[in-house]
Design a protein around this ligand. Structure first.
Ligand code: FES
Length: 260
C-alpha cells in the first residue's frame, strides 16, 4: 500500500504496492500454461497411455479404447478440466494471472486487461453471469463427478499393486498411490463440499446425524484451509505420474519393483 502521507498513484496499471506482488500471478500463469500444454500433448496424441498394470490418470476410466479413431482421453478430460476450471481457488488464481483482473490486491488493472476482462472497469459489472464464465456455477455438479473419479482412481491404485499375478510394488505403484491421495485431498477440501456438509446448518446438534456431520465438517474445514496447496500438489503429481508411464512405454526407464 502507499505509505501514509504519500499520494496514491492514479491511472490504469499504477502500482500501489512496493513488494514483489507480481511473483504469484507470474508463477500461476507459467504453471497453468505448462500444465495446459502438457495435457494437450498427452490427451490428443496417444491412443492409450498405460503400462501393464499402470493406467495414466489422464486416461482413467479407460472408455472405448481401440474402438474409436481418436484418443479415449478426449471422452473424459472435460470432467477434471471442468472441476479445476470452476474451482473457487483456481478462478481467483487465473483471473489474476491471465486477466489481471486485478493482478493482485491493491493493484489497479492494466488498461488492456480492463478492456478484455468480462468484469473489467469501463464495463457494466456482470460477474460470472455470461458465457463462458457463467459455467463456473456448475462447480457442484463437477464435484459429484470428481468424487466418482476419486473412487475410480482408488480402484486403479489397487490394480497397480498387482504384478504378474502377484502382489508387487513398483515406482509406478508409489506414484499412482501418491497421485490418488493428492487428488483425494484436493477433491475433499473443496469449498463446495464443505458447504454441502455443514454450510447450511445453524445448529449441528439439532440436525439429523449432527455429530458425525460436525466431525466431517471439521475435517473438511481443516483440509479446506490448505486447498490451494492440494490444488498445486495434485496438478504436479498428475503430470509426474503420466510422464513416468510414458517413459516406461517407450523403454526410456525400467520400473524398479518389489514382488511378493
Ligand atoms: S473449490 Fe476448488 S475444487 Fe471446489
Amino acid at each position: 500500500m502507499a505509505a501514509p502521507g504519500r499520494a496514491v498513484p492514479a491511472g490504469p496499471g499504477a502500482l500501489h504496492r512496493r513488494d514483489r506482488w507480481w511473483v504469484y500471478p507470474t508463477n500461476v500463469a507459467l504453471w497453468l500454461s505448462l500444465f495446459g500444454a502438457y495435457s494437450f500433448w498427452t490427451i490428443v496424441f496417444f491412443q492409450r497411455d498405460s503400462y501393464h498394470q499402470y493406467l495414466s490418470p489422464f486416461y482413467s476410466p479407460l472408455i472405448a479404447a481401440g474402438r474409436i479413431p481418436v484418443s479415449p482421453a478426449l471422452l473424459i478430460f472435460w470432467i477434471p478440466l471442468g472441476f479445476r476450471a470452476t474451482c473457487y481457488y483456481y478462478r481467483k488464481a487465473y483471473y489474476r494471472a491471465f486477466f489481471q483482473d486485478p493482478p493482485a490486491c491493491a493493484i489497479r488493472e492494466p488498461r488492456l486487461a480492463a478492456r478484455l476482462s468480462p468484469t473489467g472497469r469501463g464495463r457494466r459489472y456482470r460477474g460470472e453471469t455470461r458465457l463462458p464464465f457463467v459455467l463456473a456455477n456448475l462447480h457442484r455438479l463437477f464435484l459429484y463427478l470428481a468424487i466418482a473419479f476419486v473412487v475410480i482412481f482408488v480402484i486403479d491404485t489397487v490394480t497397480a499393486f498387482s504384478y504378474h499375478g502377484h502382489i508387487g510394488i513398483g515406482l509406478g505403484t508409489a506414484l499412482i498411490l501418491v497421485n490418488t491421495v493428492a487428488l483425494g485431498l484436493y477433491t475433499f477440501s473443496c469449498h463446495s463440499l464443505r458447504h454441502l456438509i455443514g454450510g447450511g446448518l445453524d445448529c449441528f446438534s439439532c440436525a439429523f446425524a449432527g455429530r458425525p456431520r460436525f466431525q466431517l465438517w471439521r475435517l473438511t474445514s481443516w483440509l479446506n484451509l490448505r486447498h490451494s496447496t492440494w490444488a498445486w500438489i495434485s496438478l504436479t503429481t498428475v503430470i509426474l505420474t503420466d510422464l513416468y508411464i510414458h517413459l516406461l512405454q517407450y523403454g526410456v526407464v525400467h520400473d524398479p519393483h518389489l514382488g511378493f
